[in-house]
Design a protein around this ligand. Structure first.
Ligand code: LIP
Length: 280
């Protein structure tokens, strides 16, 4: 399923309304994460989830709890799916997607590329979303048919047309077995594009495509909370976007892709030629 690109439809009234909710709760959570970082990491409260490289901090759980509490107050009865507490798998109707800290390893190290991502989907399609970069306070947001902004300024992706000049970002899972394949894919891609970046936050990678700081981004195995807001922000900035099905858990390895329209077909073809099967 590709996401409708910018200008392809009129502003969605509910999306416009819920964009403000997403910005409000993501901003509050980002402020909490910034405040708690020093306190949390000093206390050694870090555990791991799926592998030794997949950390969860107290700030993760507190951020998600704050967002859930605010959504319960502002949008009582809406379904919610979050990275730390799980939740509603059903995609019909309205469902909020929460990544309380996207770029958790960056957060642990103090590398300033980590964000709070909040999106709301209607029947599996993102209609509003906000990504707040914690260290800078930058606020990316979008509503379906109403454009994408960074701190209120309109975003537009690049007009690059040569894949050999495309700056492409990607990311890797936490399981070593999947990383072997992902490493092989990026090794095949690297000589054919301008360069590759690995930022460490899917939400910020997708916002970077929207801002023209990247020309393309792909990753296998993301969860809905990783991409829910970023795909809408990229699409509303004019990017060609191909999110996984909203029902797809990250464990199945589906591809998330976003790129400037002039290079999207060529870069997607390079990625799929490098690997088109299910990701181990
Ligand atoms: C991260 C993603 C990133 C991926 C990392 C990790 P988290 O999410 O945003 O794109 O490459 O391995 O999954 O775990 O920091 O929320």
């Amino acid at each position: 399923m590709t996401h409708p690109t910018a200008g392809s439809q009129r502003p969605d009234p509910l999306g416009v309304e819920l964009r403000e909710v997403a910005v409000q709760v993501a901003t509050a959570a980002a402020e909490l994460v910034a405040r708690r970082r020093a306190e949390v990491l000093g206390s050694g409260t870090v555990r791991t989830k799926t592998s030794g490289t997949d950390p969860v901090t107290l700030a993760d759980t507190e951020s998600e709890q704050l967002i859930r509490s605010e959504l319960g107050r502002l949008r009582p009865g809406d379904a919610v799916l979050g990275e730390e507490e799980g939740g509603d798998a059903a995609v019909d109707g309205l469902r909020w997607l929460i990544d309380p800290i996207d770029g958790t390893v960056n957060f642990l190290y103090g590398l300033p590329f980590y964000a709070v991502s909040v999106a709301v989907q209607r029947d599996g399609q993102s209609i509003a979303g906000a990504v707040v970069e914690v260290s800078s306070g930058r606020v990316f947001s979008a509503a379906l048919g109403a454009g994408a902004t960074l701190d209120g300024q309109p975003l537009r992706c690049n007009d690059v047309t040569d894949p050999a000049l495309a700056l492409v970002a990607t990311g890797f899972g936490y399981q070593a077995r999947r990383r072997v394949t992902q490493g092989a894919v990026v090794a095949e891609l690297l000589p054919q594009v301008r360069d590759v970046r690995r930022v460490g936050s899917a939400a910020l990678d997708l916002c970077a495509v929207a801002a023209g700081w990247l020309d393309a981004y792909y990753e296998h195995g993301l969860s809905p909370w990783d991409w829910g807001a970023g795909v809408l922000i990229a699409a509303e900035a004019g990017a060609d976007v191909r999110p996984p099905p909203a029902t797809a858990p990250g464990s199945h390895g589906e591809l998330t892709f976003a790129a400037a329209p002039g290079v999207s077909a060529a870069v997607l073809s390079l990625v799929e030629r490098a690997w088109s099967g299910p990701m181990p």
